[in-house]
Design a protein around this ligand. Structure first.
Ligand SMILES: NC(=O)c1ccc[n+]([C@@H]2O[C@H](COP(=O)([O-])OP(=O)(O)OC[C@H]3O[C@@H](n4cnc5c(N)ncnc54)[C@H](OP(=O)(O)O)[C@@H]3O)[C@@H](O)[C@H]2O)c1
Length: 282
């Protein structure tokens, strides 16, 4: 796309940002919709974050995505933060409006949209959900599942204090389960979600016995490199619907693209293939 003097600009602030798939993802949609705009990588050191954010507003950027390690700092630096981002405690999407930085978080949206697209028969209200992990991504997944109407969320994390802190934040529907009891906690669940880093390329696989999981339960992994984790392969072999993490990444980008470029884009196989090529065939 050839830019003009009126091009709309957006980008992703991170440190480092070299491995981000977002420029490729937004670039695909810009081409598809013939939009006069650009989405660029913005490597920003943590100590320079606030100054860089203000400079981008001054430079006429429509907004930015924010990734590691800036998501919590972004929540403090924005002039306004919406309710979802406040509950998650992190901002991944900023719009500049009349000189103000307005922060939100589209990770919960990305998670639930991916789940609904790839496991359309799943009903939130139907049964408890088991969530493994209590890091930054777990917060977005918990918000998504509670907002969708999951009646009980069983949360297991290697470090129990972190799970207990999340249960305290998110209230009575979140019940902590000891990490060592994670196999038995799957009894009666309609959904299992891995939000730990286990199963990522270079990390140990997630060890969990799936025997107690009902046959119609859905298994989701938010790890997307590799695309098919050991957990998803084992779930599929048992006949569960298995939902990959890449779709969460693709869907979380939709509200951002719409906010800056004015078109609500779709997630389809062409986009998935194009972004996957940037993952080096994960
Ligand atoms: N698909 C997407 O769009 C998307 C979005 C965000 C994140 N992610 C992926 O989600 C994963 C987690 O990201 P995050 O930002 O939440 O990371 P994080 O804040 O660092 O949390 C890591 C989690 O993994 C657990 N963990 C790490 N090593 C473990 C081990 N050896 N045994 C048991 N548990 C272990 C941690 O447990 P402790 O608390 O005990 O340390 C913690 O719960 C990453 O793979 C990331 O790429 C995907």
């Amino acid at each position: 796309m050839i830019l003009s003097g009126a091009s709309r600009l957006a980008g992703i602030m991170g440190w480092p940002v070299t491995h981000s798939l977002s420029p490729r993802l937004h670039g695909f949609w810009l081409e598809r919709h013939g939009i006069d705009g650009a989405y660029v990588p913005l490597p920003v050191r943590p100590e320079a974050f606030e100054a860089a954010l203000h400079a981008l507003a001054e430079l006429g950027f429509r907004g930015v995505n924010v990734t590691l390690p800036h998501k919590e700092q972004a929540a403090r630096a924005c002039d306004q933060v919406d309710a979802t981002a406040r509950r998650i405690g992190a901002v991944n999407l900023i719009e500049f409006r009349d000189g103000n930085a307005v922060g939100s978080n589209s990770d919960a949206f990305g998670f639930i949209e991916n789940l609904r697209q790839n496991a359309p028969a799943w009903r939130a209200e139907g049964a408890p959900a088991a969530v493994l992990g209590a890091g930054g991504a777990a917060r977005a997944v918990i918000v998504a599942l509670l907002d969708a109407g999951v009646p009980e969320l069983r949360l297991a994390n290697r470090t129990p204090e972190r799970a207990a802190a999340l249960a305290e934040t998110f209230g009575e529907h979140v019940r902590c389960v000891a990490w060592g009891e994670r196999d038995a906690a799957l009894e009666g669940c309609g959904l299992l979600v891995n939000t730990t880093t286990l199963g990522m390329r270079g990390q140990a696989p997630l060890e969990i016995g799936l025997e107690a999981l009902p046959a119609d339960a859905v298994v989701a992994d938010i790890v997307y490199s590799p695309l098919e984790t050991d957990l998803l392969a084992r779930a599929e072999a048992r006949g569960h619907v298995a939902v990959e993490g890449l779709g969460m990444l693709l869907h979380q980008a939709r509200p951002a693209f719409e906010a800056w470029f004015g078109v609500r884009p779709e997630v389809d196989q062409d986009l998935r293939r194009f972004v996957l090529a940037g993952l080096g065939g994960a």
